[in-house]
Design a protein around this ligand. Structure first.
Ligand code: AMP
Ligand code: GLY
Length: 434
């Protein structure tokens, strides 16, 4: 089979690795926005271009006529790359532009859940003008302000973190109204966040394992938000969740997939990635993404035993119910190394060097260029390291050794996956639920 892959970050590196190692994959055709040194050796053809240039991607794919395509990042999904490929008769294991609104419009998703009576929404309102905005915000107590469109992680402002008073929040909301035409104001939830990603073929929803991401740049969840500094998963469930939390999150995704089908006429194909929060009395939906999470993909695909090509074909053909999708029952920890100064003033162009390779620790390249045996930092998250083991403790230890072996102007979060941090989360949920 010939397969096209759109995207060139660490997420696409691990996707490429899994596709390429399938006995069904003969050739991989990659359209990325950078030359990823991990993906390049796996690709029969590799083109560097703009990921939202749907015409260029269509022309590239049309030249090689693959059996199907996989689109990794959100920007090409929102730009309609899957629709452009359908026009030339190439199916994708990824959602169309209309379906990708699940991620690209916060208001769309909140209103969809409300319209179909799906549980999981916090109190919220979508505003297209400032009328009544201040009054509604005041009625909620603590608020979160969300720009409607994609803002690269900078469109969500949480009271207490990003602004202090309701008046400051209202001012921000007015600015988002100007830039996006629409803004969501919602109740601030208190609890523990987790990601539950699911394979969806239009009708069937197969969950991966729950994973916890760490968005803040510094240890103890301090500092600015990032694309995600690291993630962990345990053998079955996360240590601070109850089995009923997973059932509730699954139910929300099943009902949302069914609602999407009713609303848009066809089903969602690809990954529905729910960002959930376990709160004192159940589970709430923070947001949906329409793709694999990064770093969550590192944990999920490291554990996936089933051939990823089979999974993609089942998504395309609507036969996920006939495939036995299996994950290894192990714990995983992933840590990103990022340039000093990331995310606000990252160093760029500096060399980093790995003193030693570690058996059993996966390394996936993001914003780095190869330079002999070294890499050159590109300014965003540089490399993801992921280890799996029987216990979280062991996985954390192994991945920590690997990130410590990198020399150069980088940093990482030592605390991700450690017992101290996980115990704090278990304790927080215990106190909330009491
Ligand atoms: P999002 O881009 O929607 O994932 O939001 C980014 C981050 O903002 C989330 O990971 C949460 O930490 C936080 N957040 C979003 N919505 C809420 C909410 N309603 N209550 C509390 N925190 C939230
Ligand atoms: N883990 C955050 C994201 O992929 O959006």
């Amino acid at each position: 089979m010939k397969i096209a892959l759109i995207g060139s970050g660490a997420r696409e590196h691990i996707i490429a690795e899994q596709l390429a190692r399938s006995p069904q994959c003969d050739q991989l055709y990659v359209f990325g926005n950078t030359l990823n040194p991990g993906i390049e050796p796996l690709a029969a053809r590799y083109h560097v271009g703009n990921l939202t240039d749907t015409k260029a991607i269509q022309a590239f794919v049309d030249e090689y006529r693959p059996d199907f395509a996989v689109v990794g990042p959100e920007a090409p999904l929102a730009a309609g790359v899957v629709d452009a490929l359908l026009e030339i008769g190439i199916p994708s294991a990824s959602p169309t532009q209309a379906m990708a609104q699940l991620e690209s419009s916060k208001g769309f998703t909140r209103e969809l859940l409300e319209k179909y009576g799906i549980s999981g929404n916090p109190e919220f309102k979508v505003f297209t003008s400032p009328d009544g905005l201040k009054e509604f915000a005041e009625s909620l107590g603590q608020i979160v302000v969300k720009a409607d469109g994609l803002h690269g992680g900078k469109g969500v402002l949480v009271q207490g973190d990003h602004f202090e008073t309701i008046d400051q929040g209202v001012e921000q909301a007015r600015a988002f109204l100007k830039s996006d035409g629409q803004v969501v104001i919602e109740e601030k939830l208190v609890g523990q966040e987790f990601s539950l990603m699911s394979f969806v073929d239009g009708d069937h929803v197969i969950d991966m394992l729950p994973i916890q991401d760490h968005k803040r740049a510094y240890e103890n969840d301090q500092g600015p938000n990032t694309g995600g500094m690291g993630t962990y998963s345990d053998r079955e469930n996360l240590p601070f969740l109850e089995a009923s939390d997973l059932t509730a999150a699954h139910q929300i995704t099943v009902e949302t997939a069914a609602a999407l089908k009713k609303e848009l006429g066809t089903g969602f194909k690809g990954i529905m990635y729910g960002g959930f929060m376990a709160v004192k009395n159940g589970v709430r939906l923070i947001e949906y993404n329409a793709r694999f999470g990064d770093p969550e993909v590192m944990n999920a695909l490291t554990l996936l035993k089933t051939d990823l090509v089979e999974v993609c074909l089942a998504i395309i053909h609507g036969t996920l119910d006939q495939l036995n999708i299996e994950f290894e029952k192990k714990a995983t920890v992933c840590k990103y190394i990022v340039p000093k100064g990331y995310p606000e003033n990252p160093v760029k162009g500096e060399r980093i060097h790995q003193t030693k390779a570690f058996q059993g620790v996966g390394v996936y390249y993001a914003s780095v260029e190869a330079a002999g045996d070294d890499w050159v930092l590109g300014g965003s998250r540089a490399m993801a390291f992921v280890a799996k083991a029987d216990t979280l403790e062991e996985a954390e230890k192994n991945v920590q050794k690997a990130v410590e072996s990198i020399q150069g102007p980088i940093f990482f979060r030592r605390d991700i996956g450690t017992k101290t941090l996980i115990d704090q989360r278990i304790e927080m949920m215990r106190a909330l639920r009491k």
